[in-house]
Design a protein around this ligand. Structure first.
Ligand code: I3P
Length: 126
């Protein structure tokens, strides 16, 4: 029999590793803590996995959920002043969650910025 993949898997637009720091949760500032994250962009959300893709896939079977970010109404902007690191941008969600994403490699961060910005621009604002 054919196995039908979940719709979400069909809609993946981009995935890869970036440095991630969540700096606010529901509008409340958090202590900045950078870590490597496996990032999966689909049409209306981003998922952050703490582990490698392989680890994330095996965790999915055990029901371990990634952090999911709703892109509807979200904002994305470069955030030079928020870090001593180069190539940092910020995503702010309607719910007041703030994430910094970073890569030392210029084309990688540019590709991600434009992919996420395009996804946000295609979505309804509310
Ligand atoms: C933070 C840590 C972060 C740094 C942050 C520090 O210290 O060094 O890497 O952010 O700077 O406060 P700690 O681990 O003690 O919390 P950047 O690497 O982005 O500069 P900040 O306070 O200026 O954001």
């Amino acid at each position: 029999k054919d196995v039908i993949p979940p719709l979400e898997q069909l809609m993946v637009e981009k995935e890869g590793y970036l440095q991630k720091a969540k700096i606010a949760d529901g509008g409340k500032k958090l202590r900045k803590n950078w870590s490597t994250s496996w990032i999966v962009l689909s049409s209306r959300k981003i998922e952050f996995y703490k582990e490698s893709k392989q680890q994330a896939l095996s965790n999915m079977k055990t029901g371990n959920k990634p952090e999911s970010v709703d892109l509807c109404g979200a904002h994305i902007e470069w955030a030079k002043e928020k870090s001593s690191r180069k190539n940092v941008f910020q995503i702010t969600t309607v719910s007041g969650n703030e994430f910094l994403l970073q890569s030392d490699i210029d084309f990688i961060i540019l590709d991600w910025f434009h992919a996420i910005k395009n996804a946000i621009d295609r979505l309804p604002k509310d």
